[in-house]
Design a binder for this molecule. Structure first.
Ligand code: HEC
Ligand code: HEC
Length: 315
């Protein structure tokens, strides 16, 4: 995206003209005020004729020299500033300073500073990081800064945003799958299915069948009618309803719901479809940071505990 998406180029000239004319006008006003005294009615005794509190009279003197020079200095300073830094139209300033460049420099300096710390982390596997309290502290902070706004500060998610602390994964809970979810993002998409199964009433039957899949209370007659329509869903959720991590199609046989497990929620899911986007993070986080986050999620979801026996059997 360029500046041109926001501003017409003419605006930059408009602003430049106001800036320069404003500064010159200030200087002119100072110069003029420093030379002339305004003729005032009471000028005979060098006062303006204004009197307060009985005897307090306002003298008609020009501003003190040192005071004037301070103002001149501010004008010179702002002119110098506009030479050195970008401020006038497309002129880049003699330093070549840009806010993006300054940010990059700061970021590079910070990355250099934390590189030794992260080198220690990247030497370990995501599972092993779970045993490293320092890595978990860093992971927790990364999570709060980058992920909590969607997944919640406790990572338990909310409607439409998956809980990352349980062992139920849309896209898989291996280190590789979690890393890919963070690095490249994910797009889960279920189209509206009302037409494919024959309308709202059929959707209610299928919803009863979905409830039966996780052993929840359901209407057996409707569930039985719904079962025959489930073939329309099997391509994504599997014939047994256990889901498909390649598509992010949720397992419907557990009692963990992304979009709500009440009958009304399920009917709405079927009729209107659902979608969710996990944003791409490879531009925002370094590989090492994503590695630490992967270890952090495996730890809080218990996935690294399940995987550690190999490591913990070592003497
Ligand atoms: C703008 C909101 C948003 C942000 C920010 C966000 N996520 Fe997500 N994330 C989602 C959504 C929505 C999904 C589910 C995508 C779907 O429905 O297919 C998801 C899915 C995931 C998954 C896959 C879960 C599974 O069950 O397979 C992981 C892992 C994940 N996010 C980790 C993170 C981490 C780590 C961060 C911070 C670096 C983060 N997310 C930041 C919205 C977000
Ligand atoms: C094209 C693949 C596809 C088809 C076909 C499909 N689904 Fe889905 N379904 C998904 C995906 C992907 C999600 C998760 C959407 C998201 O990431 O927000 C989902 C979500 C759901 C959910 C929400 C689960 C939860 O945990 O809240 C239910 C219920 C559901 N589908 C039932 C069905 C039923 C019933 C059918 C058949 C009528 C069906 N789906 C057909 C892909 C599909």
């Amino acid at each position: 995206m360029s500046d041109a998406d926001f501003f017409n180029e003419l605006w930059t000239y408009f602003i430049a003209i106001i800036t320069v004319v404003g500064m010159l006008a200030c200087a002119l006003l100072l110069w003029q005020q420093g030379r002339q005294k305004v003729a005032a009615p009471g000028d005979a005794d060098n006062t303006t004729g204004h009197v307060w509190d009985g005897d307090l009279r306002e003298l008609n003197n020009p501003l003190p020299r040192w005071w004037m020079w301070m103002f001149y200095l501010t004008v010179v300073f702002s002119l110098g500033y506009l030479v050195v830094y970008p401020g006038l139209t497309t002129y880049r300033g003699s330093f070549g300073w840009t806010s993006a460049g300054a940010y990059e420099l700061e970021r590079a300096a910070l990355e250099k500073q934390i590189a030794p710390l992260y080198a220690g982390f990247t030497a370990k596997s995501a599972e092993q990081l779970g045993q490293d309290p320092e890595a978990m502290a860093v992971g927790g902070r990364l999570f709060l800064n980058n992920c909590a706004q969607c997944h919640g500060s406790d990572a338990r998610g909310s409607k439409g945003f998956p809980n990352l602390t349980d062992s139920d994964w849309l896209y898989g809970g291996s280190a590789e799958a979690i890393r890919t979810s963070i690095t490249d993002g994910r797009n889960g998409f279920m189209p509206p299915m009302g037409d494919a199964i024959g309308g709202e009433d059929a959707a209610r039957n299928v919803a009863q069948y979905v409830l039966s899949l996780s052993g929840r209370e359901n209407d057996p007659v409707r569930a039985n009618l719904g079962r025959s329509k489930f073939s329309a869903c099997a391509a994504c959720h599997g014939a047994d309803g256990k889901g498909n991590p390649l598509l992010g199609a949720p397992n419907l046989t557990d009692r963990i719901w992304l979009h709500g497990g009440r009958e009304a929620d399920i009917v709405q899911t079927i009729m209107q479809g659902r979608s969710g986007t996990m944003p791409v993070h490879k531009d925002r986080l370094t590989e090492a940071q994503i590695h630490v986050l992967t270890g952090y999620l495996m730890k809080i979801s218990g996935a690294s505990e399940a995987a550690t026996p190999v490591a913990s059997t070592k003497p």
